[in-house]
Ligand binder design. Structure first.
Ligand SMILES: [Zn+2]
Length: 244
């Protein structure tokens, strides 16, 4: 599994980082984890063609995680001349949310009028979703409830990539991280405590109980970025590439 972090910042693009957007490739399949409002620019600034993407997983309905989809869809339609289907997996209501975001951004533009089919698939409790050669498992986390926040486990044969989404501390993070080859964990703050986001001190204190081979911190806010050169856990940055 080949992973490129394209957006590792918080909602406010702290430190000049793009909003959450991670590109993942396995043989014969390419997908994104989250697609924040800045994600099309994040792709194009690295000369990555949006047409290589087969599917997109959305962790929750906040603009820094799915707000870039209207631009992706229109770019695929008008610039990429896309004809092959695109799969979008997300929380319940994903088709309506993305359709309404598209029509709000560009009145009279509808998903059904695009040059390609968009297949929407909703997360289901205790049931994996097939996405190409992958199995997607979504686990609820603690964030603004109306955004329907989820952590995600992506299974590819024996390899597991785990992603926290945006969340405060919840013991569900143990399940999300369990047996993962890589756990990408949000770390919005260094020490500030909020119910809706994690901080570095909390993650460090729980690291021994998170049963994953490797953890990398993501979704870094301004306070966290001030400490990024003096901490004991691995931190992502825009452009980081790794393989698991
Ligand atoms: Zn966020």
């Amino acid at each position: 599994m080949w992973i490129q972090f394209l957006g590792t910042g918080d909602a406010f693009c702290s430190g000049g980082r793009y909003q959450t957007c991670i590109l993942v490739k396995v043989p014969d399949y390419c997908f994104m984890i989250d697609f924040g409002a800045t994600s099309l620019l994040a792709l194009k600034s690295r000369n990555i063609e949006s047409n290589i993407i087969d599917g997109i997983i959305i962790s929750h309905f906040h603009g820094d995680h799915f707000g870039g989809l209207p631009y992706f869809l229109l770019d695929a339609n008008f610039c990429g001349y896309r004809t092959r289907p695109l799969m979008i997996v997300g929380p319940p209501g994903v088709a309506e949310r993305v359709g309404s975001l598209l029509e709000t951004s560009y009145p009279k533009v509808r998903i059904e009028d695009l040059t390609f089919e968009v297949e929407f698939v909703e997360f289901r409790a205790n049931q994996n979703i097939a996405m190409g050669p992958l199995q997607i498992e979504a686990i609820p986390v603690i964030h603004v409830p109306e955004s329907q926040p989820h952590g995600i486990k992506i299974h590819y044969h024996d390899t597991i990539l785990a992603f926290s989404g945006d969340t405060g501390w919840t013991d569900n993070l143990f399940d999300i991280a369990d047996s993962a080859d890589l756990f990408i964990c949000e770390c919005n703050f260094f020490s500030t405590e909020l119910p809706s986001h994690l901080n570095y001190q909390k993650i460090l204190a729980q690291r021994g109980k998170l049963n994953c081979k490797r953890i990398i911190l993501n979704h870094l806010g301004a306070e966290m970025l001030e400490h990024v050169n003096s901490i004991d856990l691995e931190v992502s940055y825009d452009g980081l590439i790794l393989e698991i």
